[in-house]
Design a protein around this ligand. Structure first.
Ligand code: FES
Length: 134
C-alpha cells in the first residue's frame, strides 16, 4: 500500500565537474575561533560561531567540534563535561554523547547533538559551519 520510495543517496562525489547537475547548496565555511594550542588534551572549550555555541575538544590527539548545548536541559557540555575517548558526559544529569557523531550514548538526552568539521590551519583552530547557498 505504501507508495513512498527513496531516491538513492549518492555519497561518492567525483572530481569531475557536472555542469548539468544542480550544485548542492550546502558547504562548510571554516571560521577561525582561536589557537589550536589552546585546546589541551582531554579538555573542551566553547566558542560562539555565528548563531551556534560550538564546543571544541581534544582527545587522543584528535580535535572534535560539536554543539555545546546538551539536548536534555541545555547545560553547557564544555563547561564541566567529562571527556573519555570520544565520549563527553554532561555534568548536569550524566547524558553521554559521542563527540565524533553527536549520537546519544546514554543518559536522559532525547536528541543527538550537532557535530562540525574542525581543523588546525597554521596553528589556528578552525570550525566548519554549514553555509546555505544564497
Ligand atoms: S542537561 Fe545535560 S544531562 Fe541534563
Amino acid at each position: 500500500m505504501s507508495t513512498a520510495y527513496r531516491a538513492p543517496v549518492e555519497t561518492d562525489v567525483s572530481c569531475s565537474s557536472n555542469p548539468g547537475l544542480e550544485e548542492v547548496d550546502q558547504m562548510a565555511e571554516f571560521i577561525t575561533v582561536g589557537k589550536a594550542d589552546d585546546i589541551k588534551e582531554g579538555e573542551a572549550t566553547a566558542f560562539q560561531v555565528g548563531d551556534e555555541e560550538v564546543a571544541v575538544a581534544r582527545s587522543g590527539g584528535t580535535l572534535y567540534a560539536f554543539n555545546d548545548i546538551c539536548t536534555h536541559r541545555r547545560c553547557n557540555l564544555a563547561m564541566g563535561g567529562e571527556i573519555d575517548g570520544t565520549t563527553i558526559t554532561c555534568e548536569c544529569h550524566g547524558s553521554m554523547f559521542d563527540m565524533a557523531t553527536g549520537e546519544v550514548i546514554g543518559g536522559p538526552a532525547p536528541e543527538p547533538i550537532a557535530t562540525y568539521e574542525v581543523r588546525e590551519e597554521n596553528g589556528d583552530l578552525q570550525v566548519g559551519v554549514q553555509v546555505n547557498g544564497g
